[in-house]
Write a protein that binds this ligand. Structure first.
Ligand code: NAD
Length: 740
């Protein structure tokens, strides 16, 4: 079975997201709704969405639109028809009747329902029709969430389900988990329970919402929105609907029933329009007073808002053992929440899946947790867990484990896919070296470096691992969300605050030395980024010999935003790439001026399609839809390049002073137009100095080391200025740029 054309019915949040993602996979797709105007609006929304649902916005018109009255005959040509209309069984049944009358024989029909059992959905279908009907449950936003749950019915043609799975895995890049027909399937059943427990326990233990989010967040390997932030993001009203449906669908004695009970404060928030970020605010809100925006948090007792308080648990890594052993309310809360999640998730095995591993992977892919409940149990330790847990009656999984006390109960990871993933090979690889910021693994005949700091920011230790790992072919890849958000600015500012600029210089020099080493060592180096690849992260990529990029990347040299210039070879490498362009052959200033514009404006790309015209990526760099495949594709490159030879060093002929003057003219214009302020000019002048080659003339040839030196000098001059330090501090505190 081949899927060459798809029709999506219902152009709301999910239908439009699914259509956009099919468009990302170059599959012709038609989006139908009640009226063409509704689908048209949806297409508009796709175009303007942020983060963008489309990898390549210029393809927007490949999404065909129409309405279910005039254009239903398009269903005839489709190999797959996805229903994503409102969650109402009567409406869905009507649509199926129409679809099955019109579709070509054998075409797959699926529903995106999040809560209606397949038994109920397919009630009116004939045995033959049931063969081709299943649930394909995508997560929002479709482009970015890795999980797709497929629910079969007992009549399904298994071969067909498998080829749909394969299509969704390879073409759409999803982690596809086949689930039983149980309420909420895997992801939502455990994920929503976890949210409810985190919320209920915060009420019970009288934690503030900032405190709860600080614990049920990064220290547990859960996204920093925590529970209350996530509630606001999803929509408090939508969450209430989800809970109602769970209450309706689940048996009375299911633990979920207790945690899903309506909370008076939530009822009040919804009634008063505080439905979260899309409404007037939610558990958090932005209060604008005297022209200032202040983030406020609700007091769970009184319902009043107060300015948020930052909670620092002094934990920058996931460390569950330490967290649950803390002798304070945070430790107690963490244990209470974690143990209940583990208890609930394990009570669902084998009812919702016979492979507990699937629950963990669903939590990773659908909720962006770094570990699922069973991996958490493994990390806490079986013995520790049973020493502390009270009762686990009627929980077969825990009863068995309490008897076997098998610390190695876990077995393999990512059983849902046949792809050789990083997650699968890591446990089999040899751990070669490890420090605070990164780890080196050896697998077969190559090394892997995985960064492991917050957002994978880079410091001296990260560079140390990279450098050491070049004794073999190297793949730089990681499982966490981001490849790297750039150099660790707090680390840099700690030195700057002490006036220890020597240490900063030492670090930047080592950064440069490492990047040079990556590029010219005798073994090939491959970067396999996904997520953020910014600043220093992008410099590592630029100086790797090969790149295998996930299609969901955000890539760019953004240093000027914090008042710096790229100094790990970023200016040099992008300049070199532009120097190879046809235009540069006729005009020696073309490439530096182009790069001045790109780095000066800190241009970022939100996909490889946007990264290539900026030359952050090259045409030959691989662009991959399925994140799980990054390792396998990288391995293939190593296999295909057994006779790899390091590239020749690049050389530059730049115009120096004359070119710098041209760039300064650009800065003056921007200053007069108030696009940039005083310090913007200073940063721009330093960038101009690097890209013009400094004190040089066109007939002099500069080496890469000359360019590295110019980058370093400019970086050091800028980091010593108060205004750059102000920018960095502002970004660290607010996450936003400071224009000064
Ligand atoms: P939505 O309300 O955003 O969109 C529903 C769309 O269906 C609307 O555009 C509406 O005009 C259209 N519609 C209604 N009746 C129709 C009909 N007879 N023919 C054609 N179109 C019709 O809803 P949504 O959030 O996109 O949810 C769609 C489905 O996906 C639901 O089954 C929901 O449970 C499920 N789901 C939602 C999410 C989520 O996060 N929103 C996640 C996973 C699954």
């Amino acid at each position: 079975m081949e899927i060459k054309k798809v029709v999506v019915i219902g152009s709301g949040t999910m239908g439009s997201g699914i259509a956009a993602h099919l468009c990302n996979a170059n599959i012709p797709v038609t989006l139908l709704d009640l009226k063409t105007e509704i689908s048209e609006k949806a297409r508009d929304r796709i175009f303007k969405s942020r983060p963008p649902l489309l990898i390549d916005k210029s393809k927007i018109n490949n999404i065909n639109i129409g309405n279910i009255n005039d254009d239903f005959n398009l269903v005839k040509d489709a190999d797959w028809i996805v229903e994503a209309v409102v969650e109402r069984i009567d409406i869905k049944h009507n649509i199926y009747e129409k679809i099955f009358k019109t579709r070509k024989s054998g075409a797959i029909v699926s529903s995106n329902t999040s809560s209606i059992p397949i038994k109920v959905l397919s009630k009116n279908l004939s045995e033959d029709e049931k063969k081709d009907f299943c649930i394909t449950h995508f997560f929002n936003p479709v482009r970015y969430m890795g999980l797709l749950e497929i629910v079969k019915n007992e009549n399904n043609d298994l071969e067909k389900i498998n080829s749909l799975k394969k299509f969704c895995e390879i073409e759409l890049g999803k982690g596809v988990i086949i689930c039983n027909d149980t309420p909420g399937f895997l992801g939502n059943r455990v994920g929503v329970y976890a949210m409810q427990i985190a919320m209920n326990e915060a009420f019970r233990m009288k934690l503030s919402i900032e405190e709860a989010d600080a614990v049920f967040g990064r220290p547990m390997g859960i996204p920093k929105t925590g529970v209350f932030g996530l509630y606001d993001l999803i929509g408090i009203d939508l969450m209430a609907d989800v809970l109602k449906s769970f209450i309706k669908e689940l048996p009375e004695n299911d633990e979920f029933q207790i945690v899903a009970k309506e909370i008076p404060l939530i009822k009040k928030l919804i009634e008063t329009g505080y439905t979260g970020r899309k409404g007037k605010g939610g558990f958090y809100r932005i209060n604008k007073t005297e022209g200032k925006k202040i983030l406020e948090a609700i007091n769970l007792d009184t319902g009043e808002y107060f300015p948020t308080k930052k909670i620092d648990l002094k934990l920058d890594k996931v460390d569950l053992k330490n967290l649950i052993n803390r002798k304070d309310k945070y430790g107690e809360y963490a244990w209470s929440v974690l143990s209940k999640i583990i208890k609930y998730a394990s009570s669902l095995v084998p009812g919702i899946t016979d492979k507990f591993n699937n629950i963990d992977e669903a939590m990773r892919l659908g909720f962006n947790w770094t570990k699922g409940p069973f991996e958490m149990l493994k990390e806490i330790g079986v013995k520790n867990f049973f020493e502390r847990i009270d009762d686990f009656k009627n929980n077969k999984f825990l009863e068995n484990l309490s008897k076997s006390k098998d610390e190695n109960f876990y077995g393999e990871r990512q059983l849902y896919t046949n792809i050789e993933t990083l997650g699968k090979i890591k446990p089999k690889a040899i751990k070669v070296d490890k420090n605070n910021s990164a780890e080196i693994y050896r697998f077969e005949n190559f090394n892997i470096v995985e960064f492991n700091t917050k957002a994978n920011t880079l410091d001296y230790d990260s560079m140390d691992c990279l450098k050491k790992a070049t004794d073999k072919p190297l793949i730089i890849i990681n499982e966490s969300m981001q490849f790297s958000a750039g150099v660790n600015l707090s680390y840099t500012m700690d030195f700057a605050d002490k006036g220890d600029f020597k240490s900063i210089e030492k670090f930047i020099k080592y950064f440069q030395e490492t990047c040079k080493h990556l590029k010219y060592s005798k073994h090939p180096v491959i970067s396999a980024p996904s997520g953020l690849a910014l600043g220093g992260g992008e410099e590592v990529i630029l100086q790797s010999n090969f790149v295998v990029s996930h299609t969901n990347i955000v890539m760019g040299l953004v240093e000027t935003i914090v008042g710096l210039v790229p100094a790990g070879g970023g200016c040099k490498e992008v300049l070199w790439r532009w120097c190879q362009s046809d235009e540069a052959k006729n005009d020696p200033d073309f490439a530096p001026l182009k790069v001045f514009d790109i780095i000066g404006y800190a241009k970022t790309a939100t996909s490889p399609v946007e990264a290539e015209p900026l030359k952050y990526l090259r045409p030959e760099d691989k662009k991959i839809m399925n994140r799980n495949s990054l390792l396998a594709v990288s391995k293939k490159i190593l296999d295909d390049n057994k006779d790899f030879k390091a590239p020749e060093e690049c050389k530059f002929n730049l115009s120096g002073k004359l070119l710098k003057e041209k760039m300064i003219k650009v800065l003056e214009k921007l200053y007069n137009e108030k696009v940039i302020l005083d310090h913007g000019v200073e940063v721009g002048k330093e960038l101009a100095n690097v890209l013009s080659g400094g004190d040089t003339t066109i007939d002099k040839t500069l080496s890469e080391d000359d360019l590295y030196k110019l980058e370093l000098d400019s970086f050091m001059r800028l980091i010593k200025t108060k205004k750059t330090q102000d920018r960095i501090k502002h970004t660290l505190v607010t996450g936003k740029p400071l224009i000064n």
